[in-house]
Design a protein around this ligand. Structure first.
Ligand code: SF4
Length: 378
């Protein structure tokens, strides 16, 4: 059977964080049931297309999936298990915001066969968490982490952020040190991006947000790489670090341009050479009752040149880079047939390097990764 991954979007949060431009909404408790009912219908409507596929990973993302009452999460997971062929070694992740989970909820997740929890922690300092508009304190996370371990979760991720307004290098060092003491198997470390249309974007435009300069941003990034390497976290992607054997399968599906189906509001899919997404209109999504003909938007059959480009700039995000053999298997041409000039130029600039089997970014290439990726975007 062919491998497939599922992304399930839960677009609800207790309240919006000040930096966030993800499709998620606060104060929507009154539509949880209707939303989940449309989501379930959507999954059921498409299931017959995937009888020849085996589900290797499921990712409940958001938003804040952990905001849902366990009864509703359970209905979603029952539908997934009843609709697809699920691999024995499937990775099932839910994102969780500390403060929205407790021991009971975590136990219910375990009973649903969710085997990976991804906590949105962001920073160790409560004043920084508050200034980001996060709803939790660090004690909430510490408590959740202990509960998850007691219940038997063996695969936990902590999302943390750097280059935050007013965050010092020593704040960042403390975040890294204290998080690693709690020993999660996986850590994602993202640099804050100020997005237009968010409260931070507005504050920035009005000169009311002191942002981190480029030099400090890089210093924080290098510190993270060094400290995590020293504690046995292997960097496998620009922003992702894991203990041996705990790289996130689901994330790698995106970077390897493998197939996945997205369900829920605004969820994106890549299947059969097509990229498409669901409507971002909540009323439309709920009233559609999951009907594909109504919710599917932006069907885009990729040109072969777009596929080459995506394979390169997504794959180069991983420290292992792109596999030359996989490029040939996928496209019937060597990577040099298509990108000889670009590869030579980037090698001359010391932004990429290669082994016999792979091509990957250098440390310098990681720092200017967007410039490298642009070479492969048509
Ligand atoms: S909890 Fe996550 S998805 Fe929700 S507003 Fe904050 S950053 Fe965005």
């Amino acid at each position: 059977m062919k491998p497939l991954s599922l992304y399930i979007h839960i677009p609800f949060c207790v309240k919006k964080c000040l930096y966030c431009d993800f499709p998620s909404y606060g104060g929507c408790e009154n539509v949880f049931e209707d939303y989940v009912s449309s989501l379930i219908s959507e999954i059921k409507e498409t299931k017959s297309n995937f009888s020849q596929y085996e589900i290797k990973s499921v990712f409940l993302g958001g938003g804040t999936p952990s905001i849902l009452p366990p009864k509703l999460t359970g209905k979603i997971m029952d539908t997934v298990f009843n609709s697809f062929n699920i691999a024995n070694d499937v990775e099932i992740t839910t994102e969780a915001n500390p403060k929205t989970v407790d021991e009971i909820k975590l136990r219910e997740y375990k009973a649903m066969d969710i085997n990976r929890i991804s906590f949105g922690v962001q920073a160790w300092q409560n004043d920084i968490l508050k200034s980001l508009g996060r709803i939790h304190t660090i004690d909430d996370f510490i408590k959740n982490m202990a509960q998850a371990r007691d219940i038997g979760f063996k695969n936990i991720n902590a999302d943390i952020m750097f280059a935050l307004p007013n965050q010092t290098l020593s704040d960042w060092e403390e975040t890294l040190e204290k998080i690693m003491k709690l020993n999660p198997e996986h850590i994602s470390a993202y640099s804050l991006i100020i997005e237009d249309g968010t409260p931070f974007g507005k504050m920035y435009d009005e000169g009311k947000l002191k942002i981190c300069d480029e030099a400090l941003d890089r210093e924080m990034y290098y510190l993270a790489k060094e400290m995590m390497r020293d504690k046995g976290y292997h960097q496998y992607e620009i922003s992702n670090f894991a203990k041996e054997g705990f790289e996130c399968y689901h994330n790698k599906v995106y970077w390897k341009c493998d197939e996945y189906m997205g369900y829920g509001l605004g969820a994106h899919s890549y299947f059969n050479g097509e990229r498409f997404n669901n409507t971002y209109d909540m009323d439309k999504y709920i009233s559609s009752k999951g009907l594909y003909s109504i919710i599917k938007e932006n069907r885009d059959k990729l040109e072969i040149t777009e596929m080459y480009g995506e394979f390169m700039f997504m794959g180069l995000r991983m420290t292992e880079g792109i596999s030359k053999e996989r490029f040939f298997e996928k496209f019937g041409k060597t990577v040099y047939d298509i990108y000889k000039n670009e590869i030579e130029y980037l090698k001359d600039m010391k932004l990429i390097k290669e082994t016999e089997s792979n091509i990957m970014l250098t440390d310098r290439g990681i720092d200017v990764s967007n410039t490298v990726f642009e070479k492969f975007i048509i």
